[in-house]
Ligand binder design. Structure first.
Ligand code: HEC
Ligand code: HEC
Ligand code: HEC
Ligand code: HEC
Ligand code: HEC
Length: 350
């Protein structure tokens, strides 16, 4: 509680907003996200060891160096995209067309303190539950319903889902790929494209970490506040991973990231071989399967077998998530193994 009062008063300082009351949070344990990684014990206290103002300065400086600082005007200025790409729209749920202010649509807001600490962000963090996009037909207006419990990381997951429902996508072979990167799809161990009736492995301890994304990406500093640079920082590796991986000095300590990269290349080559007449595959706007005759056919073309599509979906899901190997190592291996099995009957060397 004392910490909450500090948070509230710091937000007043930084945002010059009026602090608002907050009940105790009950994150529930429907999916068992309750494994602590020891962050809380870092300084054995509930308060910062520096003044609230100094903590506000440090947090602001870290945020200033992060990709959260800016919004990209194109997605942030569009109704369908602004809920995740504009901080004010995310927090308030209200889209105001920037064109009303400016033809260039440059009056957009990055993911600032307000975005995560007021309105939607605060609600999601306090409730600790988020409805994953792939459970509700990818309707972005509904992904804040109570569904998946992830502690304060329900905040991160509300945006970092990849905007796909892999089951519907598989059944329709729609050709719609994950939105840039979907760490939540991998970390939860349920968001890849699976074969019906097959059991996939998952590193449960990573999937069920209390506060999930936040516990690895925002570990507590020795001054007692959570670091706000968002991208994993090697300087805090011991706070984030040390309880379970003592002595690690590199996130890729075991080299799994490199093995995943090598095996992804093999998977790509096997996908190309598997599709009659294909010379290469790609995705995104204008992407698909490039054929010997120079034409590119869509992933939903009848010449593309479902096995190739499933493998390609998982290939891009893992390729685009720079932290896939750390997010859920066993799930990544399992998704890749099952994808390869569907094509050649084999599994990878790990
Ligand atoms: C459910 C939330 C959500 C919605 C809705 C959304 N995005 Fe995104 N978008 C993200 C996230 C999260 C990332 C960052 C992914 C990553 O790199 O981890 C991203 C990344 C991007 C990027 C790449 C940014 C970069 O720096 O590499 C572009 C471009 C983009 N989105 C465009 C759009 C467009 C256009 C729309 C609307 C049609 C849209 N987004 C809707 C969440 C969303
Ligand atoms: C309101 C939506 C939203 C929320 C909430 C959100 N993110 Fe993001 N995040 C984005 C978008 C959009 C980008 C892409 C930034 C860009 O390039 O414009 C991004 C980028 C990132 C990146 C950098 C990715 C890269 O490739 O450089 C990391 C790391 C990240 N977010 C982690 C987190 C964590 C951890 C949380 C929770 C504490 C979180 N995000 C909460 C939307 C969100
Ligand atoms: C077990 C710890 C752990 C958990 C849990 C975790 N991450 Fe990560 N994440 C990492 C590590 C470590 C990396 C960096 C990998 C590297 O650079 O080799 C990373 C990388 C990323 C990246 C790419 C950053 C970049 O600069 O390219 C994004 C985005 C991201 N994580 C978002 C999330 C989100 C959102 C969640 C919650 C769904 C999450 N992570 C959960 C450890 C974790
Ligand atoms: C992308 C989301 C995001 C953004 C942007 C963000 N925060 Fe946070 N902040 C969090 C999360 C998550 C926590 C941890 C909450 C918890 O553990 O209860 C947190 C915690 C805090 C705390 C509590 C102290 C601590 O670190 O444990 C303060 C104070 C704070 N943030 C201030 C700020 C300020 C000031 C800004 C803007 C410069 C900001 N935050 C931007 C997500 C965000
Ligand atoms: C609460 C404990 C816990 C925390 C915290 C934790 N991990 Fe793990 N991690 C595990 C366990 C247990 C395994 C072993 C699972 C298995 O392989 O059977 C594992 C496996 C891994 C693997 C797979 C190694 C391999 O080569 O197979 C990587 C990579 C990894 N963790 C990275 C990280 C990183 C990076 C962090 C911090 C950002 C982190 N973990 C935080 C418990 C944890």
């Amino acid at each position: 509680m004392k910490k909450f009062i500090l948070i509230a008063s710091m937000l007043v300082i930084v945002l010059t907003l009026v602090g608002c009351g907050n009940g105790a949070t009950d994150n529930g344990d429907a999916n068992g996200n309750e494994i602590a990684n020891g962050n809380e014990a870092a300084n054995g206290s509930d308060a910062f060891s520096i003044s609230a103002l100094e903590a506000a300065e440090n947090i602001s400086a870290e945020w200033n160096e992060s990709t959260k600082k800016f919004a990209q005007p194109n997605p942030a200025g569009r109704d369908a995209c602004a809920a995740c790409h504009d901080g004010t729209v995310y927090a308030t749920g209200v889209f105001t067309d920037p064109e009303e202010f400016d033809d260039l649509r440059i009056h957009t807001t990055g993911l600032d303190c307000q975005a995560c600490h007021t309105g939607t962000g605060k609600e999601v963090m306090d409730s600790g539950v988020v409805s994953l996009a792939w459970f509700d037909d990818n309707d972005i207006n509904h992904f804040f319903d109570a569904d998946y419990s992830a502690g304060t990381a329900a905040l991160c997951i509300s945006c970092h889902t990849g905007r796909q429902d892999p089951v519907a996508n598989r059944d329709s072979q729609s050709g719609a790929f994950v939105h840039y990167a979907a760490p939540a799809a991998i970390n939860t161990g349920i968001g890849g494209m699976e074969y019906a009736g097959v059991d996939y492995a998952s590193t449960a301890i990573h999937a069920n970490l209390q506060d999930s994304c936040v516990s690895c990406h925002m570990p507590e500093t020795e001054d007692g506040y959570k670091v706000h640079s968002f991208a994993p920082d090697n300087a805090y590796i011991d706070n984030a991973c040390g309880t379970c991986h003592p002595g690690w000095t590199d996130f890729n300590e075991t080299g799994l990231k490199d093995t995943v990269a090598v095996n992804l290349e093999l998977l790509n080559a096997t996908i190309v071989d598997f599709i009659d007449g294909a010379v290469s595959v790609s995705f995104g706007r204008g992407g698909g399967v490039e054929m010997e005759d120079g034409d590119t056919v869509g992933w939903n073309d009848e010449s593309v077998p479902l096995e190739a599509y499933i493998a390609a979906y998982n290939y891009y899901l893992i390729l685009n998530d720079g932290g896939a190997y750390a997010h859920n190592p066993a799930y990544v291996k399992s998704l890749m193994d099952e994808s390869l099995k569907g094509l050649s009957g084999e599994t990878f060397d790990w």
